[in-house]
Design a protein around this ligand. Structure first.
Ligand SMILES: Nc1ncnc2c1ncn2[C@@H]1O[C@H](COP(=O)(O)OP(=O)(O)OP(=O)(O)O)[C@@H](O)[C@H]1O
Length: 240
């Protein structure tokens, strides 16, 4: 089936995922259109990471994930990434002993055209100039914020249609978090679609067009950031 340019870039229907007997995600729907940044919020254990992992097919799941109308295979993360759905995992998943340059180039390992790889590298350095100064440094010796830049940079090297980010601010100082989220804002403004799982709800609400609230593996609400802010109970919960 050919991609339909009018269909959403990412459409998830009835996604259910389990770890052994643990049902971590229950019949979840999610739609992300071109240029949208959608935030996923919820308490610890709500299933936020599982949702991102299930979209990639990294955890056993049932349900349907489509990109531009095309159904993606449910147990083939490489195929999903090739379709442009790229995950920056919680904990970053960079290769510590490898250099920054090697980590970045891995993101484009399927691209044969060298000029295209260099073009993507240049675009990544525009966003993260610091990485261009540290190309030969082992990624594991970078600061936490710089490692997150490597992780996002590597994902961008795959030229994603939709970037999935799992708690990019985890363990980072407020100033570094602000820098990372400002970069996400720029990426989103340049047209990239983003799904953002973020514990720091106020920051996510500043960027998101829509918020999915998860609890115990279920979607409890799909609302606008303003609705979260003006809803007393939710605001207390997420801004406390
Ligand atoms: N590898 C695993 N094996 C067994 N259960 C798991 C595994 N990973 C997650 N779970 C369980 O699945 C449920 C959802 O976890 P998940 O990590 O998706 O939640 P989360 O919303 O991302 O939480 P957090 O904000 O704490 O990262 C939890 O009950 C968790 O204990």
């Amino acid at each position: 089936m050919a991609p339909d340019p009018h269909a959403p870039l990412l459409q998830v229907r009835g996604l259910t995922a389990r770890y052994g007997h643990v049902r971590a995600l229950e019949a979840t729907d999610l739609t992300v259109d071109r240029g949208e940044l959608v935030a996923i919020l919820g308490p610890n254990g709500a299933g936020k990471s599982t949702l991102l992992r299930a979209i990639l097919g990294l955890v056993a799941n049932t349900g349907e994930v489509r990109s531009e109308g095309v159904v993606l295979p449910r147990a083939d993360p490489v195929a999903v990434a090739s379709a442009g759905i790229v995950l920056v995992p919680e904990g970053r998943g960079i290769f510590g002993p490898m250099t920054v340059a090697e980590n970045l180039r891995l993101g484009a390992y399927r691209v044969r055209d060298r000029r295209e790889v260099e073009r993507r590298l240049a675009r990544t350095f525009e966003l993260f100039p610091r990485l261009s100064e540290r190309l030969g440094q082992t990624a594991g010796s970078m600061s936490g914020g710089e490692q997150q830049m490597v992780a996002i940079g590597r994902a961008l090297m795959a030229d994603p249609k939709v970037l999935l980010l799992d708690e990019p601010s985890l363990g980072l100082a407020p100033r570094v978090t602000a820098e990372i989220l400002e970069t996400l804002r720029r990426l989103n403004q340049s047209g990239l679609s983003v799904v953002l799982v973020e514990q720091k709800a106020p920051l996510a609400l500043e960027l998101a067009v829509r918020v999915h609230l998860l609890s115990l593996g279920r979607t409890v609400a799909v609302i606008s950031p303003d609705q979260v802010k003006s809803h007393d109970e939710l605001a207390r919960y997420y801004f406390a």
